[in-house]
Design a protein around this ligand. Structure first.
Ligand SMILES: [Zn+2]
Ligand SMILES: [Zn+2]
Length: 146
């Protein structure tokens, strides 16, 4: 996809979510889309080229608005900064490396509905199941073994 088409796509997604289309929103959505799990610092460095002078605080504000609108998902593994991703709505899980903090997506363990239907929900209406697996990533396993 060309950069131009990419920006159009981001603008269309903003409009579809009922958000006003602004340059910072396009830049942040574009920076996160298809790039895995990024923290706000990583997003800031990705948008610095298109939006010189952007502050970390304004990146946080935009990330918050995009997350509230359902365009981004925020995950907060223990002892890691909040991470943002564009893969939303499928209730997928994450595996985090305890050594280097690498994060990867894990599809729902036993299919989507079972994860969303705990045996006892204590009267809550469940909409999300957040499962984090912890372990050593492939690179770290090699380094530890070597
Ligand atoms: Zn690792
Ligand atoms: Zn993910």
């Amino acid at each position: 996809m060309t950069t131009e088409a990419h920006r159009d796509d981001a603008a269309a997604r903003l409009r579809a979510a009922g958000l006003k289309v602004t340059a910072p929103r396009i830049a942040v959505l574009d920076a996160v889309s298809g790039h895995g799990h990024l923290d706000a610092d990583a997003v800031l460095s990705r948008v610095a080229g298109t939006l010189p002078g952007t502050s970390l605080q304004s990146v946080y504000n935009v990330l918050g608005a995009l997350t509230d609108a359902g365009l981004l998902r925020r995950i907060e593994p223990a002892e890691s900064p909040a991470l943002y991703e564009s893969r939303t709505g499928d209730n997928h899980h994450h595996v985090v490396c305890t050594r280097c903090r690498a994060v990867a997506d894990v599809d729902c363990v036993v299919g989507e509905p079972p994860c969303l239907a705990p045996s006892d929900a204590a009267g809550f209406a469940i909409h999300t199941a957040e499962v984090t697996f912890w372990g050593l990533c492939a690179d770290c396993q090699r380094e530890v073994a070597g």
